[in-house]
Design a protein around this ligand. Structure first.
Ligand SMILES: [Zn+2]
Length: 388
């Protein structure tokens, strides 16, 4: 673990792109000589580069430091229950090449992870890189993950995945790259937060897709809970709930999840096969689709109101296929939260659609892989060598 001086310095540069020597000295309390030696070590290792800063009034602009985009590449996968997005990104997490494919986690882990491995190989080759350029791998799955153990835990809608450790599949091919696996709502939250909301300390990302889940960012970090299930609110009891796909009865998802809304529309003869088609039907003025989405928004708002009271978040971001319905779902949701929370809490809360589009999940996966690559790197050899 990089808990030594170089690790601390790298962590600061990662979190503050463009940070200057003066800012680093102020933060770390090191002498200029110590800082210079360690900056040189990080530049030599390829992790960071110096970049001139703009906007200084006269004189030579101060030199800032940031991660080196060209240090290596990251492999990222954002796997949903019906589709997956794969990307090769630069070291900053910006996709160099990406692709979205239909995906079925019900195939079971062996077949599904083989598809992931083949997609990574294919994209890496198309982007012109060898496996040794890969510095980290991040994978998001549509179910709970014990993050520290890298293990899938009782996923309600992924038969055969309980106890699976996806990293094992990639270790032989990429022996030097850490593999991190997380719930995809967490990765959406991280991607959206680091790309769009860095100025805030907290964010709740609510994913209204085929299922319902959320990712919580507290003080700039993903909050997962000890079992990795924080934010999994789709299987909360709801008095209007019916038989849920998880096997229980009465889950919120069984009335407000995309699959449930879709089923209700199909039961009266509407041919809708995806969340996008549900939203499109509502946009065309179908009364039942409008009603179902509005009711879903209201019930989701009712379920989230206690979280607003408990956590006092500043930002609630809506993502997922059904969130594309915009105000149709957001207005009743906002009203339900407002009706259930004290005014002084509600007036500080911003509720907005996600901003980073279809890449939010792979961005989050890449950021997680980047974090792991920086933390795992063993600087001790470099540091010892630099003393000689
Ligand atoms: Zn359920």
């Amino acid at each position: 673990m990089a808990v030594n001086g170089l690790g601390m310095l790298l962590s600061l540069v990662r979190q503050n792109p463009g940070v200057t020597r003066s800012e680093l000295i102020e933060e770390l309390g090191w002498s200029r000589v110590t800082l210079e030696r360690r900056l040189n070590d990080l530049v030599d290792s390829g992790f960071i580069v110096a970049a001139s800063q703009h906007g200084s009034a006269g004189g030579r602009p101060p030199e800032g430091f940031q991660l080196d985009a060209d240090h290596g590449v990251l492999l990222a996968a954002d796997i949903g229950s019906s589709a997956a997005r794969f990307a090769v990104t630069d070291f900053l997490g910006d996709p160099l090449i990406s692709v979205t494919r239909p995906f079925d986690t019900e195939l079971g882990p062996t077949k599904a992870l083989t598809i992931v491995r083949n997609q990574f190989r294919s994209l890496l080759s198309q982007a012109g890189f060898e496996t040794d350029a890969v510095l980290g791998i991040g994978i998001g799955l549509p179910g709970p993950v014990d993050f520290a153990a890298g293990r899938v835990v009782h996923p309600p809608t992924m038969p055969g995945w309980h106890g699976v450790e996806p990293a094992v599949v990639f270790e032989t091919e990429y022996p030097d790259a850490p593999v991190v696996v997380d719930n995809n709502a967490n990765l959406l939250a991280l991607g959206e937060y680091r790309k769009m909301w860095r100025d805030r300390s907290d964010l709740i990302l609510v994913k209204i897709g085929q299922g319902l889940s959320s990712g919580l960012i507290l003080d700039g970090h993903i909050y997962r809970g000890p079992g990795g299930m924080a934010g999994e609110f789709g299987h909360l009891y709801c008095s209007e709930g019916t038989q849920c796909r998880c096997g229980r009865f009465g889950c919120l998802e069984s009335v407000a999840g995309g699959w449930a809304v879709q089923q209700q529309l199909q039961s009266v003869g509407n041919n809708v096969q995806s969340g996008e088609e549900v939203v499109s039907l509502a946009m065309r003025g179908n009364y039942l689709a409008l009603d179902l989405l509005a009711r879903a928004g209201e019930l989701i708002g009712e379920a989230l109101a206690p979280a607003v009271c408990l956590m006092n978040p500043s930002t609630l971001v809506l993502a997922g296929e059904l969130a594309q319905a915009g105000e149709i779902i957001a207005v009743p949701m906002r009203a339900a939260i407002k009706a259930r929370t004290p005014e002084y809490l509600f007036e500080r809360l911003t509720i907005l659609p996600a901003r980073s589009g279809s890449d939010a999940g792979v961005n989050g996966a890449a950021f997680l892989a980047q974090d792991a690559a920086c933390v795992r790197h063993d600087f001790s050899a470099k540091r010892d060598a630099s003393k000689n």
